[in-house]
Design a protein around this ligand. Structure first.
Ligand code: AGP
Length: 622
């Protein structure tokens, strides 16, 4: 097969440039509100919005509200901590807020947003990174007494400088937008014009929410949906003026832009825990419903319902390259099996952040499939930007409509899993796998009713698992008490094992490895000691006995073992037996017990299950 004869070096260099230019894009959330007096209390709106944005970063948080002057409350720590600092006696109808995931310097009050200009006239919140911060400081602000370590202060300092030199504030803001190289979504309050506030965007997500007698900005729909479902998309290098009853959009040159709003279908209730103690448990339970919603979206009564452009592109593809990170990459490992074994299309899976170093020889008619729950993972986006420049076709499979990876790819398939808030991804993983299964069976011209039936059965089997959670709590309490753990499997079970390991370690902090069962004896078995938990996944007939012999190997060395198996392959001593499903689709069900084991292991440790330490839901940094 001819490989594409373009220079691999140029691809590597180009993506390296993008990753460097993208810098370590700060991953934060911003929210802003302006309303007529006695509409909504801006403090509640901002704090509620920030709570929904904490998945973007929860090292520090802050709000600025205006009531006959600026009042700022900010500190390191979660939004819950911020709430204790806010003076409830101050009512206001204008404000901006921010949650931060620290990239430069430790989280601190000094570095948390909002930041103010020297005179305190201008206040800003910022999500993104200013690549030319040093250049701007040296050229315009050499003697400026910066207070924080952040690049964000440069924004308000420059605005104030230009205004002090006689430039009208909105022009000054647009001038600063023109000077900044990098990414930003910003909210700005000018304390001399409290009947409005400003916003601007470049490469970082930002939405406008249109209310009755109020208007908002937010990093995503979840931060706004509680108050309105009318949204306007904002594109790069646009500047917005928001008043309580009017929103005006301008290009960076000052040309006014008219844009219609759309109604967001997201249900605000979806963003609440309801009766659940944690979002993660809610989202594990939602998997059957997510699959059923997926079936309704991707099938008619008797046929597939997939955009013909996508299926035609797939048909003309001679190699698929799946690009993803974390759990999505693990879903890609399973998807590869579908595309190769069902659709007969050679497929490779690449870790987004590794792609530039391990860039493959690319075929003549490749299709790059980007898997991303958030659609905002910077590592994946950096690859997409270059892939597009090289003229290759791209498909994003995501849970986030209108996300960067969705907007910038040629095609998008939504997984319709509903909002996934817990940092540990669960329903997005199973839904991503289901979408790839549907694509592959469509390509293989398998009767739609077959895959529909298989997925419907899988939804029911998952329900059977999640309806009986006691066993998982008992097993977690009994077995997952050590500092380490292994998940093992062969073939497609190995791909589930690596995802199961990530789930356990990222929320319980137990050092967990997902290992090829047959590989353990080649060294790593040395780590097995008395009581080390080893969990085996068995879903394929042809590897059943082999994996069971691996379990015997570790057991004879003191391991405490759990076996997760499909019923037709099970033995009497298996602790977790799952009703049979189509073997190649088994990862969609065999992962569920491991999700629950992870949940209960973290629960027994009293850890923050939905917001594990050091993590964030959407990793928009390289
Ligand atoms: C999964 O539990 C983790 N939160 C993480 O590995 C995540 O899957 C990864 O960051 C990719 O995110 P994405 O799917 O939004 O691109």
């Amino acid at each position: 097969m001819l490989v594409h004869n373009f220079s691999i070096i140029s691809l590597i260099l180009a993506i390296l440039v993008i990753l460097i230019l993208e810098g370590d894009k700060r991953m934060c959330g911003i929210v802003g509100y302006i309303g007529f007096k006695n509409e909504l209390d801006v403090k509640d709106v901002l704090l509620s919005g920030l709570s929904k944005l904490e998945y973007r970063g929860y090292d520090s948080a802050g709000i600025c509200i205006y009531n006959e002057g600026i009042h700022i409350f900010k500190d390191a720590g979660r939004v819950e901590h911020l709430k204790t600092l806010v003076d409830d006696s101050i009512t206001a109808n204008l404000g901006i807020g921010h949650t931060r995931w620290a990239t430069h310097g430790k989280p601190s009050k000094r570095n948390s947003h909002p930041h103010q200009s020297l005179s305190t006239r201008f206040t800003v919140v910022h999500n993104g990174v200013i690549e030319n911060e040093i250049e701007l400081r040296e050229k315009y602000l050499s003697n400026y007494p910066f207070v924080s370590e952040t690049d964000t202060e440069v924004i308000v300092a420059l605005i104030e400088k230009f205004v002090m030199e006689g430039t009208e504030p909105t022009i000054a803001i647009r001038q600063v937008m023109g000077l900044i190289k990098g990414s930003y979504a910003i909210g700005i309050i000018d304390s001399e014009t409290p009947d409005k506030f400003y916003a601007a965007k470049n490469k970082s997500p930002l939405l406008i929410g249109l209310g009755n007698n109020f208007n908002m900005i937010g990093s995503d729909a979840m931060s706004i949906i509680k108050y309105t479902n009318k949204f306007i998309e904002i594109y790069d290098q646009e500047f917005i003026v928001l008043a309580a009853d009017k929103v005006s959009i301008y290009s960076i040159l000052g040309n006014q832009i008219e844009r219609n709003y759309y109604v967001e279908t997201l249900d605000a209730a979806d963003t609440e825990k309801g009766v659940y103690p944690h979002y993660m448990l809610k989202e594990i339970d939602e998997q059957p419903f997510a699959l059923r919603r997926l079936i309704s979206e991707y099938f008619t009564d008797t046929d597939y319902n997939i955009d013909a452009d996508i299926t035609d592109t797939l048909r003309n593809t001679d190699r698929i390259y799946i690009i993803a990170a974390g759990t999505s990459m693990h879903a890609g490992l399973v998807g590869k099996q579908f595309f190769e074994q069902i659709a007969n299309i050679p497929t490779e899976v690449h870790i987004s952040s590794e792609f530039i170093y391990n860039t493959p020889l690319i075929n003549d008619n490749p299709l790059f499939i980007f898997l991303s729950q958030s659609g905002e993972t910077a590592d994946s986006r950096a690859v997409l930007v270059k892939i597009k420049e090289l003229g290759f076709k791209s498909l994003t499979i995501t849970n986030a409509k209108g996300s960067t990876l969705s907007r910038e790819a040629d095609y998008t398939l939504l997984i319709h899993a509903g909002v996934e808030i817990a940092v540990a991804s669960t329903k997005a993983y199973t839904s991503q796998i289901a979408v790839m299964a549907i694509l592959a069976t469509k390509e293989a011209e398998i009767d739609a009713t077959v895959i529909k039936k298989d997925l419907s059965l899988i939804a029911n089997v998952i329900e059977g698992i999640t309806d009986n959670k006691t066993i998982f709590k008992e097993l977690a309490d009994q077995y997952l008490t050590k500092r380490s753990c292994f998940y093992i499997g062969r073939h497609i079970d190995y791909f589930v094992a690596v995802e199961a390991a990530l789930k356990l370690k990222e929320i319980s902090y137990i050092q967990t490895e997902g290992f090829a069962a047959g590989e353990l004896k080649h060294g790593t078995i040395a780590l097995i000691e008395e009581g080390t938990p080893v969990i085996a996944i068995i879903s394929q007939e042809n590897i059943n006995l082999n994996t069971r012999s691996n379990i015997k190997e570790v057991k004879s060395r003191g391991a405490s073992t759990i076996i997760i198996s499909l019923k037709s392959l099970s033995s009497a001593t298996d602790q977790i037996v799952i009703d049979d499903v189509s073997p190649i689709l088994s990862p969609i069900v065999t992962i569920v017990p491991t999700q629950l084991l992870a949940y209960y292991a973290a629960l027994s440790r009293g850890l923050d299950i939905d917001k594990p330490r050091n993590l964030a839901k959407s990793v928009t940094v390289e």
